[in-house]
Design a protein around this ligand. Structure first.
Ligand code: F0G
Length: 386
């Protein structure tokens, strides 16, 4: 897409210039590696990026170190904002008046917001009816996108959006659009900058449509090629047991994709049976000596509760990655001395129904059930064991 040797002729100069640019938004700071040819007057930004990298190692002494990169702390509460800066800005640069995506709820929220922030752009979102959270739905509607619920799953929406954009000139902003991938490279690059370019042994990331793992790999490869980093981490992609086409392929030596009918999961954003970026993702996984793991519904919800309880509010999809990292450590795929970064992809507040339901059920291991009482001091004291 671009010649990085022209935009970044000397890695050391680029790296040292970044320190003086911390006041800029992340996209501007890293633009020379993300998307150098995007004209600055076309950029639509909601000040995404600069998300926290939490060090939770003290709670996980069986890891060398464990850090959580919280992409849910972006303007629309998911990592999708990273790719929408580039996606919507490029559409703006091309003069597109309509942009479209199929979505499990986060791409649609981000696209709707960035289209809303553009001077002259309408978002159109195709959603699997009844399969996204109310908060995600509200994001698309309130940002003014034309919002269409379709009686199918994500894969069905994806097929329709491809058919439509083949027939009509509406700009497609799913992650199969490589412009989005360029923006999403920022997640890995920013993480490494936060780590002073000390490369961890592993990046662990949830996989749905497989765009994000492709972006992570591409960004890291480019950093390596430029000489900014001198080592490659390994990648681990994590899926749920019921929606695991990438895992099936991995088990068979990265065999060709066999599309699945993805089963419902609490991690609804990754209920995807035919990942559009499958081939790109496999290429990156092979390059980074990658592995693919699955987790159960109980595992992911229990880990969500445990991370949430530390004040780090995560979505069930992010919990898939946390839970996967734990399983890989327990199986000794991740070794005891290794440094691990888990990418959290969205904020817990986007999935409050799922959380409240978990905590309302006392049979769940980490449930924190709400107590309901009559309005008397006696009852209150009794509830508090006073
Ligand atoms: N986590 C969250 C919160 C997501 O919304 C998604 C994908 C993923 C992980 C997986 O990323 O698809 O690049 O492998 N959400 C898309 C959407 C499909 O429409 O919002 P991926």
């Amino acid at each position: 897409m671009h010649d990085l040797k022209t935009s970044i002729p000397k890695a050391e100069d680029w790296v040292s210039s970044l320190d003086g640019r911390m006041g800029e938004t992340a996209f501007h700071r890293y633009q020379d590696i993300l998307f150098p040819s995007l004209p600055s007057e076309s950029i639509i930004s909601l000040q995404e990026g600069d998300t926290p990298l939490y060090d939770v190692s003290p709670s996980f002494p069986n890891f060398g170190s464990l850090k959580l990169k919280h992409e849910g702390m972006n303007p629309t509460l998911s990592f999708k904002d990273r790719g929408m800066v580039t996606g919507v800005s490029w559409a703006n640069n091309l003069g597109c008046t309509h942009v479209i995506c199929a979505s499990t709820g986060d791409t649609s929220a981000a696209m709707a917001a960035y289209a809303g922030a553009s001077p002259n752009m309408k978002g159109i979102v195709l959603l699997p009816k009844g399969k996204i959270s109310p908060e995600q739905l509200a994001q698309a509607i309130t940002c003014g996108a034309i919002t269409i619920g379709i009686e199918t799953d994500f894969d069905g929406c994806m097929k329709l959006v491809q058919e439509l954009t083949n027939k009509h000139s509406i700009y497609l902003l799913n992650s199969m659009n490589s412009v989005r991938i360029e923006g999403q490279k920022a997640i890995g690059i920013e993480t490494l900058h936060q780590l002073s370019w000390k490369v961890p042994d592993w990046f662990v990331i949830p996989v749905g449509n497989a765009g994000n793992i492709s972006a992570l790999g591409k960004g890291l490869r480019e950093l390596y090629k430029l000489g900014v980093i001198d080592k490659l981490p390994r990648l681990a992609g994590i899926q749920t047991e019921g929606a695991s086409p990438m895992h099936e392929s991995y088990k068979h030596g990265f065999a060709d994709l066999i599309p699945q009918k993805a089963k419902p999961t609490k991690a609804s954003a990754i209920q995807i049976g035919a990942p559009v970026s499958f081939k790109k993702a496999v290429r990156e996984l092979k390059h980074f000596d990658g592995v693919v793991e699955t987790v159960s519904e109980t595992e992911l919800m229990d880990w969500k509760a445990q991370i949430d309880s530390q004040g780090i509010s995560i979505c069930p999809n992010s919990a898939v990655a946390v839970s996967g990292a734990i399983n890989l450590r327990n199986n000794d795929v991740i070794k005891a001395h290794e440094d691990v970064v888990v990418i959290l992809t969205a904020h817990g507040s986007k999935f409050s129904n799922t959380a409240v339901k978990y905590h309302s059920n006392n049979t769940n291991q980490f449930a924190n059930q709400m107590l309901i009482i009559k309005p008397t001091i006696d009852k209150l004291e009794m509830a508090l064991n006073l």
